[in-house]
Structures are given as C-alpha cells and as structure tokens.
Design a protein around this ligand. Structure first.
Ligand code: WQD
Length: 321
C-alpha cells in the first residue's frame, strides 16, 4: 500500500506512520510542522505544507501521483476546543478547508480510500450511559462542528464519486506507544497533571459535584497505540466494503478524573493531593463510547488499560529532551 498521511508528524499521526512503516507500507507525510516534529516520521517522505492553504492543492496532487498513493489518512487539523470558540473562522478554514483540499486532490488523482480523524466532540454533551454512533450529534463548539461537517463531506464524496471513507470518532486519547512519539502538548488531563507535578503545583480537579460515583467527570481514555491500530483496521476494512462509515474509538469503559489521578500517583510516586475547584464550563459529566460497532465491523478492540496509558505517558514525558 502507498499511504499519504496528513499531520503524520503529530502525536497521533506519527504512531500510525510508524505502524504503517512496520508492516511495510510506503508512507508520504504532509505536515506543516507547526505541532509536528520531523524526527517522529523516520525515513518517510515529508512534504512540508499547510494542508488548508490554497497553494497546497497542486502540492497534494503531485504527492499523490508521484508516490502512486492509494489511500489517505487525514489527521492535519486544529484540535483545541477553547481556541475554536475564540477563533471559529480559523477553525472552519483549517479543518473544513483542509479536508476540502484533500478530497479535491483525491478525486482529481483517483484515490478512493480515506480514513478521517473525527471526534467524540461531534456528540456534544449526550445524557446517555454509552454513546452510540447513531444516537445523534449536537456539537457544542466550533471544533466539534468542523469534525461533524468533515464526516458529511467525506460521505458526500462517497455519493458523488465513490470515495470509501471511515470516520473515526476519537474519545480521550493519551499515552505513548514509543517514548519518542509521546504527546508534547500540555492540553489534556494527563500531560497537564504531569506538568503541574513537575512545577511542584497540585493537580486541579474541575468539579467534584457531578452526578457520578465520586463526583468527578467520567471519560473514556484510549491508548494512542490502540487508536493507531484502529486506523489500520479501518484502512483495511475499506477494501472489504463496510456497512457504516462512522466508528467510535474508545474502550467502552469510563474513568473519573480522580481515578486518573490515582493512576498518576501510582506511576509517578507523587503524594501531592489534588485541589478541587469549580466545574469547567462545557464539560459533560460523562462521555463513554459504545464500541460494539467497531468491534463487530472492523474486528478492533482496545487492549490497553488506564494503567498502561498513564505509565507509558509518564515514561514518554520523562524522556522528552
Ligand atoms: C478530561 C477531564 C476535565 C484538566 C477534550 C476535547 C475533546 C477531545 C479530547 C479532541 C475533564 C478534567 C482536565 C485539569 C481536570 N479532543 N480536567 N483538570 O475535555 O474530555 O476532551 O479533549 O478531539 O473534543 O473536548 O479532555 O483532557 O481536557 O479533560 O479536572 O487540569 O479532566 O474537566 O473532565 P476533554 P481533557
């Protein structure tokens, strides 16, 4: 297979690039290196470009033709919820415009397979025990809106010219498959807590009065290597012809903020007590995936535990240069 991976030098993308390389696929990475890191992609070809820029369309098309690409995995996008609320037009331009370029190039070059990074942010704040793909979408921020629109764009390309796509709705991704590919951003719970501990500050818990067993929010934390394997399963599934084009990628098991902090105490040996604060606006009390569709249709299931996630994230965190 010859696969073009946009955003392949990023945290999640680079895990997928490495798995593709390990199984012998040819990989071309398109990444503008704003968050990506060149060293993460090994000897994969790098095309340095902002996927959403107008001038990138011919660049994408020549990369697809030159490397006889047959499949695209599209990660390159902006992913900060708060920033999307502050700068909605920028998010629409980058996330929707970037995918528009990818789809145009794919159509013009006859590339018929796409795996798209979607998000559980498409669901908003559903009041259900386990979130199903067909339970409805009500995104509550521009980030989630752009991901939902992305799914619609891919589906419309399927109807218009036969694109086969799999849209993967990620839940809370954390951990590291290899130390050198660990998450360098301090934007989500696990790295935020590591950063606080390094600085000698107490980790902060946003809200301990939710209607959950210990009062803190529950999320579905999925190991980045499990998530990366789901992309390969999706890519391979596209050849078989799938019944659905949208899949939750999670574990089906929820963990509360306090449970994550307990794992972090075990992994780090820290004894610092967390500070309980006010709720953070916009946080749903519980977001856990129903994973039956991806298990049945793609034969994929998460293998790693919360303890694997936290311990691998901590190893990667300490190995940063
Ligand atoms: C997890 C839990 C916080 C920091 C976001 C996006 C989502 C997806 C993943 C991309 C929450 C709590 C956090 C802290 C805390 N992104 N928390 N103290 O908000 O579930 O999901 O990232 O697709 O779209 O919304 O992730 O890691 O920010 O928070 O108590 O210092 O940890 O309130 O309950 P979230 P998160």
């Amino acid at each position: 297979m010859s696969v073009l991976v946009t955003g392949g030098a990023g945290y999640i993308g680079s895990h997928v690039v490495r798995l593709l390389q390990q199984r012998g696929d040819d990989v071309v990475v398109v990444d503008d290196l704003t968050n990506g890191v060149r060293e993460r992609i090994g000897d994969a070809v790098l095309v340095p470009a902002d996927v959403a820029a107008d001038e990138t369309l011919p660049v994408l098309e020549s990369a697809l033709r030159e490397h006889a690409v047959d499949s695209i995995i599209h990660f390159a996008a902006k992913k900060q919820v708060g920033e999307s609320v502050q700068r909605p037009a920028f998010y629409w331009k980058q996330n929707v415009g970037g995918l528009a370029n990818v789809l145009t190039a794919a159509e013009n070059c006859g590339v018929g397979r796409l795996v798209f990074s979607s998000s559980a942010a498409t669901y908003g704040a559903p009041d259900v025990d386990l979130v199903r793909e067909d339970g409805g979408n009500s995104p509550i921020n521009p980030y989630g809106e752009t991901k939902l629109v992305g799914e619609w764009m891919a589906r419309a390309a399927g109807r218009a010219w036969g694109l086969r796509s799999a849209n993967l709705r990620y839940f809370n991704v954390a951990g590291a498959g290899w130390d050198d590919l660990s998450d360098t951003a301090v934007l989500n719970l696990v790295p935020i807590v590591f950063s606080a501990l390094d600085a000698g500050r107490a980790p902060v818990v946003f809200g301990a009065d939710y209607p959950t067993p210990d009062g803190t929010c529950i999320r579905d934390y999925v190991h980045v290597l499990d998530l990366a394997e789901a992309h390969l399963a999706a890519l391979d599934g596209l050849d078989r012809g799938l019944e659905h084009d949208v899949f939750n990628v999670g574990t089906g098991t929820g963990s509360s903020v306090l449970e994550v902090l307990a794992e972090i105490r075990t992994a780090t040996g820290s004894t610092v007590e967390p500070e309980l604060r006010e709720r953070r606006p916009g946080d749903p009390p519980k977001l856990v995936a129903d994973v039956s569709r991806i298990e049945q249709e793609l034969g994929w299931t998460a293998k790693k535990s919360l303890s694997d996630i936290v311990s691998s994230a901590w190893r990667g965190w300490r190995s940063r240069g």
